[in-house]
Design a protein around this ligand. Structure first.
Ligand SMILES: [Mn+2]
Length: 304
């Protein structure tokens, strides 16, 4: 398929600067081998970002403007039969990309690869960073204000899998339990191995769906190896494990409808370590997406 890269240059969903610079830096590196098309989305430079820890709805209005525009554009390009790849930006942009894929493709599942479950609500959030509300919003678990522009089905929690989470606060745990999302922690990955976890995730997210939205947050990797993220969490997975996840996804590209790579923060990176990993992941993924056949001939429900 032809690919469209959406550069979501935002750091409105987190309380430190830098994630908005990631997509442009990655695109500059990609230029040497990416011949496909891309679209740039920038946050309004005139706004004064809220970095106030007690603000529980940080930059909500600006995120809303940014995401509703991104959402519309992604839907349009999916309808024109592009394969959408979003480069973030903080993880709040995935509210737009996941819901756009849900709107355009109707019944989809979601695999959320992240050291954070992002399952807070406005009433339970500890940080007030809207990227911590992303997956709950996508699943229709409260947070209606963050998806008012979406007039399609949400992605069912029963067809959603979190992989690599290791910092989940107590209220978030309750939210996850109520909603019914499947969560595989970093410990699960270490114990069972990547392939077993990914098999299980694809089974759940692919069950009677048209395909899967994948959202890949670089902070799943250990910050010693990949320091260039806004909110690092210790005891992450290795680079090899991160690449194995990518290889699994590529092998099953026929079931993948849309893809995000988020949270690269160049201001936090050391010796371009995270940038290089992000590039490796994208280089492999883009090639697979370009080789993917069109959506109509792909998915066989009987496989699940
Ligand atoms: Mn994260």
């Amino acid at each position: 398929m032809r690919t469209m890269i959406f550069c979501a240059c935002t750091d409105l969903g987190v309380n430190i600067d830098g994630a908005s610079l990631g997509p442009i830096q990655i695109m500059n590196d990609l230029k040497t081998f990416y011949q496909g098309e891309s679209l740039l989305f920038e946050q309004n430079k005139d706004i004064i970002k809220s970095r106030n820890l007690s603000d529980r709805r940080k930059n909500e209005y600006e995120i809303d403007n940014f995401n509703s525009n991104l959402y519309k554009n992604i839907i349009e390009k999916i309808k024109e039969e592009y394969f959408p790849i979003m480069i973030g930006g903080d993880h709040s942009a995935s509210i737009a990309s996941a819901l756009a894929s849900a709107k355009a493709n109707i019944d989809i599942g979601c695999i959320w690869i992240d050291s954070h479950a992002t399952y807070s609500t406005f009433s339970t959030t500890v940080t007030g960073n809207i990227h911590d509300l992303a997956l709950a919003t996508i699943n229709g678990y409260e947070n209606q204000d963050l998806r008012h522009y979406h007039n399609g089905k949400v992605i069912q929690a029963a067809k959603t899998v979190v992989i690599g989470a290791r910092n989940i606060d107590d209220k978030e745990k309750d939210n996850l339990r109520y909603s019914g999302v499947t969560v595989f922690t970093t410990k699960d990955i270490k114990e069972k191995g990547i392939d077993t976890i990914m098999d299980e995730a694809f089974k759940i997210a692919g069950y009677k769906t048209k395909g899967i939205h994948i959202s890949y947050d670089l902070d799943i990797i250990d910050p010693d190896i990949s320091p260039g993220v806004s909110i690092p969490e210790f005891d992450g997975i290795s680079e090899e494990e991160a690449m194995s996840i990518n290889e699994y996804i590529i092998k099953h590209i026929k079931d993948v409808l849309s893809f995000d790579l988020v949270e690269f923060n160049p201001l936090r990176d050391v010796n371009r370590k995270t940038e290089q990993i992000a590039l490796n992941i994208l280089a492999q993924f883009i090639k697979a997406a370009e080789n993917k056949k069109k959506f109509d001939d792909i998915k066989n429900y009987d496989n699940y």
